[in-house]
Design a protein around this ligand. Structure first.
Ligand SMILES: *Cc1c(COP(=O)(O)O)cnc(C)c1O
Length: 430
């Protein structure tokens, strides 16, 4: 599909189409993209932009990937969708088998949700129904971390950072959960235990009400692109285990290698009770997510009054999405992804290093295929976006953060171009 007239298409968009977190009356500019291939987005006027975002963590293999296209074409010839109630189909079974082979053996029971936020809602409902089944329905609160992000639906939003999240806007509507301070320890810094002490105090204060702890392992993504120490995660997991509180790991952003390990939990050798996957699950092709738990949790849920797990989206287990997820996992595992992510990490470290000397830069941090330049003040998104496009790169800052998370297949020269663009826009004009 093409724009017949780009100017009128942009005018229509401005008047009628909502974009993420955008005002309908004062929208920020949008850029018309008509195609994408490899690690480049193509604008309507033909310009190519090197992609620094992987379309929000998702497009790990880049765009227009032959293997992923083929998987969708083949499935399309069989069926694009069929209800999952009372029916199963080859792509769902094949995806389930791949996830079983990929994930820790204890994570046995798979719920195929349709978006990341829904996967979080499903995880929360699993935890609540688990305690109903275990005869302790008073355990109906979650403990989350400040600066966390878990999605935009009401249940997920209630677990996002209470200040930078949307709590104040929806106060009175959202369920009240508990929040521990955001960990301050850095991923690669010394570990002093005071973060965990603060977490433990909050945990023990509410222990008898807690159904689960939910966190983003190692990388707090949309809540601030913060990277914390693996020992903190290990200590939290051990505390949950000792007190028999469920641990929900939201790996929707970090799953499938982004942090250098297949799962961010692997940095700490932690296996959660409930795991949420999404974003890169389909290589960024279609919307699909998964919530995966242990046999014990699943069986306890089945002992609850409901007798069943109470969730079932219309597009659950969509065959097209499952087929492309299988192809994406196969492609990832057949690729030297660890070396690729390690090379991106080295490239980001070297390429973003000059930013440390630039005015307004508070911190530069890198882990795996994630590079973050944190500024002291919020950036002017529209201006920076325009400068980046003029430099031939697609980088979308938010708040005080300019960050890169390119597809794993990015070439060294393309990565250098992304980093160079960040350095250029932050360098004061002489
Ligand atoms: C993106 C994200 C979600 C929400 O996923 P959607 O598909 O946007 O609903 C939840 N948790 C984390 C950690 C995420 O990065």
């Amino acid at each position: 599909m093409h724009f017949i007239d780009t100017t009128s298409a942009l005018a229509f968009d401005r008047n009628h189409l909502w974009h993420p977190y955008t005002s309908m009356s004062q929208p920020l500019p949008v850029y018309p993209v008509v195609a994408a291939s490899g690690c480049e987005l193509q604008l309507a006027d033909g310009r190519l932009l090197v992609d620094g975002m992987s379309s929000w963590w998702a497009s790990i293999h880049g765009y227009n990937v032959a293997e992923l296209n083929a998987a969708i074409h083949e499935q399309l010839g069989q069926m694009s969708h069929v209800m999952f109630g009372g029916i199963t189909h080859p792509p769902a079974v094949a995806l389930g088998q791949r996830l079983r082979a990929l994930l820790p053996p204890a994570l046995e029971c798979i719920f195929l949700a349709d978006t990341g936020s829904v996967a979080v809602e499903v995880a929360v409902k699993m935890a609540l129904q688990y305690w109903q089944g275990a005869g302790q329905p008073q355990r109906h609160k979650l403990l989350a971390l400040r600066r966390g992000y878990h999605g935009d639906t009401c249940g997920a939003m209630a677990l996002c950072d209470p200040e930078t999240g949307m709590h104040s806007l929806f106060a009175g509507v959202l369920p009240n959960h508990y929040f521990a301070p955001a960990p301050q320890c850095r991923f690669d810094g010394p570990y002093d235990g005071s973060d965990f002490a603060a977490f433990k105090a909050e945990f023990l204060a509410h222990e008898h009400e807690l159904a689960a702890v939910i966190l983003e392992p190692i990388v707090q993504g949309a809540g601030g692109m913060r990277l914390y120490h693996p020992q903190y995660l290990a200590d939290v997991a051990a505390l949950c285990r000792d007190h028999e509180v469920l641990l929900i790991a939201d790996e929707i952003a970090t799953g499938f290698g982004r942090s250098g390990k297949l799962l961010a939990c692997d940095h700490a050798g932690v296996v959660p009770d409930i795991l949420c996957l999404g974003k890169a699950l389909t290589g960024g092709y279609l919307t699909l997510a998964a919530t995966i738990t242990s046999r014990h949790v699943a069986e306890t849920i089945s002992q609850s009054a409901a007798g069943v797990f109470m969730h079932g989206p219309t597009f659950m287990g969509n065959p097209l999405a499952c087929a492309v997820a299988c192809a994406s996992i196969d492609l990832l595992l057949a690729s030297p992804w660890q070396q690729r992510v390690a090379a991106i990490e080295a490239g980001l470290r070297a390429g973003l290093e000059p930013c440390r000397q630039l005015p307004g830069v508070a911190e530069v941090r890198v882990l795996g295929a994630i590079g973050v330049v944190e500024m002291s003040e919020p950036v002017d998104v529209a201006t920076l976006q325009r400068q980046f496009v003029e430099l031939g790169v697609w980088i979308r800052p938010f708040g005080r953060l300019i960050y890169l998370m390119p597809p794993f297949v990015i070439r060294p020269d393309q990565l250098a171009c992304l980093c160079g663009a960040v350095v250029t826009v932050l360098t004061p004009e002489a």
